[in-house]
Design a protein around this ligand. Structure first.
Ligand SMILES: Nc1ncnc2c1ncn2[C@@H]1O[C@H](COP(=O)(O)OP(=O)(O)OP(=O)(O)O)[C@@H](O)[C@H]1O
Length: 316
């Protein structure tokens, strides 16, 4: 498969200066490599502040790296910026880039002319993509009357108007309600399946990465420290599930030893009582549940699905 995004040895630091002196230096990306193949949906994962948005800004040519090189479609921004950008659709957080006093159709006409798309082709694309994102009925309405979900879909239509080959999205479903986010993910999947768009996105939601991404990469300490499918990451870290339980008193040595043989125990520090979590591979679920139920000190027990933060945290 062709590599369409190739970042090599990327370094990026944010520097705060006072009187020409560096007073604070934050090395965000450090010798980072990433390769994304044509047709993939790649999810960039990491804790808050890991540098996901910084990397997205570098890949989209908004920000220059301090060191290293970025190639899209085998081309570099210093020589082929216009060509690269014409093949890239970008949806960053927020809806500031739409004109609220214009209708959806007028917004797309305006942005389409910036791309120098011939008039007839532009009119066809506007119709096609408004249809595609399910906004055809509302195309004459002012954007200020749109819901957040509708604005998000319009931003996708806007990014598609120039017929890009790669779509890049920074936390696309943040702030959307469950149903709207579900529909939005369906739309992204459709764009990948039907139009063959390569998609790069950042997300904090495990179910989103599971539903959408053919591959994810974990960004930690300025580098991609792990890549693969979500299933691969879960199995590798033997972290299929989390069991939370509460005891009447502190866990004794014997119980702790028995549970530790099956999973990783931690105490919920935010809780003043004796609440614990154990991360386990699902094959040990029954065994741990039986063990805990046999304890007269057990107050409550809950089996929880693991979160993306649980997976990402194992790399810290
Ligand atoms: N323009 C900037 N100037 C200075 N520091 C910045 C700037 N942008 C980001 N940072 C810092 O760089 C680090 C990485 O930020 P970035 O937004 O890339 O992380 P992120 O992984 O996208 O985080 P989140 O998941 O919270 O959105 C953070 O410590 C942030 O405070």
């Amino acid at each position: 498969m062709d590599t369409v995004i190739n970042c090599m040895n990327i370094h990026k630091s944010y520097i705060k200066k006072k009187w020409f002196k560096v007073v604070k230096r934050n090395d965000v990306l450090n010798n980072l490599d990433i390769k994304i193949k044509k047709g993939e949906i790649y999810g960039l994962l990491g804790l808050n502040g890991a540098g996901k948005t910084t990397l997205i800004r570098i890949i989209t040519g908004i920000l220059l790296p301090d060191k290293g090189s970025v190639e899209l479609f085998g081309m570099r921004y210093d020589k082929y910026e216009k060509e690269i950008k014409s093949r890239l659709g970008v949806v960053m957080g927020g809806d500031r880039s739409l004109y609220w006093k214009l209708s959806a159709e007028e917004n797309l006409e305006f942005f389409g002319t910036l791309y120098n798309i011939p008039k007839k082709k532009l009119r066809e694309n506007i119709q096609m993509y408004l249809d595609y994102v399910g906004l055809d009925e509302h195309k004459k309405n002012l954007v200020e009357t749109y819901s957040k979900g509708m604005k998000q879909r319009l931003l996708i239509a806007k990014s598609l108007i120039s017929e890009p080959e790669i779509l890049i999205l920074d936390e696309p479903t943040v702030g959307l309600d469950i149903q709207v986010a579900f529909e939005y993910r369906k739309l992204l999947k459709k764009l990948n399946d039907e139009l063959g768009l390569t998609i790069l996105l950042t997300t904090h939601y495990l179910h989103e990465a599971e539903e959408l991404c053919s591959r994810v990469g974990i960004l930690k300490g300025g580098k991609i420290v792990e890549e693969g499918t979500i299933d691969y990451l879960k199995n590798k870290n033997k972290m299929e599930e989390v069991i939370e339980f509460k005891l009447k008193s502190e866990m004794d040595y014997n119980l702790k030893k028995e549970i530790s043989n099956l999973g990783i125990i931690s105490k919920l520090t935010a809780d003043n009582h004796f609440t614990y979590q154990v991360k386990i591979n699902s094959m040990y679920r029954e065994q741990i549940i039986n063990l805990l139920i046999s304890q007269s000190r057990l107050l409550y027990l809950e089996v929880k699905g693991i979160t993306l933060e649980d997976i990402v945290s194992t790399y810290f």
